[in-house]
Design a protein around this ligand. Structure first.
Ligand code: ZN
Length: 176
């Protein structure tokens, strides 16, 4: 099917519906409970208990998702290949959060980062070691998983990420 015909077939055709009956009603959105299906994460959860990380790979485009996704948004197929990932990665992007201490009222500046593990094509929002200041955070910063003491098989087993020494040469100053 060409691009043109596909677009045509997807075009929305507006129909004139005959209004038959109306009745007053309310829709309380705030009282909804959302069910989040995590059964596709089961192999990852088992690995996390052993302090190991796996990502889910799409066998159509070979992209690796961490955290695992139910469907590959590009290929519209279920990723079904589990691949081992390293504990190391990089900061893909970051932002700052101003968090008020509930006791002292003091506002703290904390970096919130998107971490991309080595071997994965996606990143996810997480936290750095609380000792790392926002001003010391940067895109491409090498990081390493800091495990929780007793992993329970959830993403929270990765308590936060520690910074590791950056040995990349591209930021060295030129000595002319
Ligand atoms: Zn894909």
């Amino acid at each position: 099917m060409s691009k043109l015909t596909r677009r045509k077939s997807m075009e929305y055709i507006k129909k004139d519906y005959v209004r038959t009956r109306t009745m007053p009603a309310n829709w309380y959105l705030s009282s909804y409970n959302y069910k989040f299906n995590i059964t596709h994460m089961q192999p990852l959860r088992e690995k996390l208990k052993q302090k190991k990380i796996v990502g889910l790979q799409c066998s159509s485009c070979n992209r690796v998702f961490f955290p695992p996704r139910i469907v590959c948004g590009k290929c519209m197929v279920k990723p079904d290949r589990w691949v081992d990932l390293r504990e190391t990665g990089r900061v893909a992007t970051y932002t700052v959060a101003y968090i008020k201490d509930p006791e002292t009222g003091e506002v703290q500046e904390k970096p919130i980062v998107c971490a991309q593990l080595d071997g994965s094509d996606t990143s996810y929002p997480t936290q750095l070691n609380p000792d790392i200041a926002f001003k010391d955070t940067y895109v491409g910063m090498p990081i390493k998983v800091h495990w929780a003491e007793n992993p329970e098989g959830g993403l929270m087993d990765i308590e936060y990420y520690d910074a590791v020494e950056d040995n990349s040469k591209d930021i060295e100053l030129r000595k002319d």
